[in-house]
Design a protein around this ligand. Structure first.
Ligand SMILES: NC(=O)c1ccc[n+]([C@@H]2O[C@H](COP(=O)([O-])OP(=O)(O)OC[C@H]3O[C@@H](n4cnc5c(N)ncnc54)[C@H](O)[C@@H]3O)[C@@H](O)[C@H]2O)c1
Ligand SMILES: O=C(O)CC[C@H](C(=O)O)[C@@H](O)C(=O)O
Length: 356
């Protein structure tokens, strides 16, 4: 039987545990039932610290060009240094801008992994804020001073709030079809710090609220919350959140915090979303503390593969992957050490493949 749709997927393992989890994502895609009619062609691509050490370039132009000709991609993680290294710049941050992946969508859901039910999506602006990385250091008579630009545009804030509203509506539609849920109606919470940063976060706040006032979001409740008290409420009452929309840096920080609430960074996926392309990426980094031990949790990447499929309009295939992962977690017999288990990455992958 000829495949209904062929998808070319670029794979960028990167560094550290990125090399352990990306093959897991690939194997799960390959194991999807033939009845779905999907055919995958994979292209291995390079980026990261090791690539930089070998070639002097962290994000080869070939990777960007090839990825832009793919339908989608999976990015593992890179080991970005914490001190400036001449010529190195974070490849994932660069890719988001080069491929116009304007939204970073991060669903955080507890499936037998947290004391409280949690089911939220953090929608992080992906191209600007402090991530424009326009920094400089200069000398003054009192010593060195460093500065960074925080750039917020009306256009990017409108775009990110719009996709947040669309995600809230889509989640509501799924709930209306009978899926069990902890939420009653669609809700978007706009996060900012415009009590202090009245111009930059002030613009984010007004543009996001204006976008969500569009009549097509009339059924979506809109709330706003200052980011510091948001962290407080997120930890005390995570069930209160449905969709959170945030500027780039706050979204980065909130999603790691939310990952702690559901039990591990190794569970939380993301998709870097553009108009016609999606790059799945686990929220975690290269985890140098556990790399090479075969114990990294592959679920964040496997869920990222599913999320990528969702944004490529292959929702049925995505649902099969989510269900296999949920079944693994609900049974709780083969869990990796970050979740309190003793299973190796390979055993978790095998269990999920069996359930597909
Ligand atoms: N997308 C990316 O490329 C990305 C994202 C975040 C961090 N990083 C980079 O990763 C490097 C390490 O950063 P870090 O240590 O601050 O954060 P990290 O996310 O790599 O690790 C934080 C903690 O979570 C654990 N962890 C993360 N993923 C896990 C998984 N799949 N299974 C089990 N445990 C997991 C780690 O063992 C560690 O204890 C840095 O160089 C940073 O720049 C890259
Ligand atoms: O270390 C890097 O090169 C990028 C880290 C990256 C980020 O967006 O800051 C990561 O924290 C993430 O959440 O994707």
């Amino acid at each position: 039987m000829a495949a209904r749709r062929a998808l070319t997927i670029g794979l960028i393992p990167g560094d550290g545990i990125g090399k352990e989890v990306i093959p897991a994502g690939r194997r799960v895609l390959e194991a999807l039932p033939a009845s779905l009619g999907l055919k995958f062609d994979f292209i291995d691509l390079k980026a990261g610290w090791e690539t930089f050490e070998q070639t002097g370039v962290a994000l080869p132009e070939e990777t960007v060009q090839t990825l832009s000709s793919c339908n989608g991609g999976l990015f593992g993680a890179v080991s970005s240094p914490t001190t400036a290294v001449k010529g190195y710049s974070s490849p994932i941050v660069a890719l988001r801008k080069r491929l116009a992946l304007y939204a970073n969508v991060r669903p955080v859901k507890s499936v037998a992994t947290a004391a409280k039910p949690i089911d939220m999506v953090i929608v992080r602006e992906n191209t600007e804020d402090l991530y424009v990385k326009e920094e400089k250091t200069y000398d003054t008579p009192e010593g060195k001073v460093a500065e960074a630009i925080k750039r917020i545009s009306e256009r990017a804030s409108t775009n990110i709030a719009t996709i947040a509203g669309e995600i809230a509506l889509r989640r509501q539609k799924i709930r209306a079809s009978g899926a069990p849920s902890i939420h009653k109606g669609p809700l978007v919470t706009v996060t900012h710090k415009s009590n202090v940063l009245s111009q930059t976060d002030g613009l984010f706040r007004t543009a996001a609220k204006a976008a969500l006032a569009d009549p097509r979001f009339s059924s979506v409740a809109v709330e706003e919350q200052i980011v510091d008290s948001m962290v407080y409420k997120l930890f005390r009452q995570p069930e209160a959140y449905d969709v959170i929309v945030a500027p780039n840096l706050y979204g980065d920080i909130l999603s790691d915090g939310a990952a702690a609430l559901v039990g591990s960074l190794g569970l939380v996926p993301s998709a870097n979303v553009g108009k016609t392309f999606a790059l799945g990426e686990p929220c975690h980094g290269s985890a140098p503390d556990i790399q090479g031990q075969g114990i990294s949790n592959p679920i964040a990447t496997i869920r990222s593969a599913a999320l990528m499929l969702e944004f490529l309009d292959e929702e049925e295939a995505a649902a099969k992957i989510y269900a296999a992962v949920d079944a693994n977690l609900e049974e709780g017999k083969l869990l990796s050490p970050d979740l309190g288990g003793t299973a190796k990455t390979e055993e978790v992958v095998q269990d999920i493949l069996r359930r597909l």
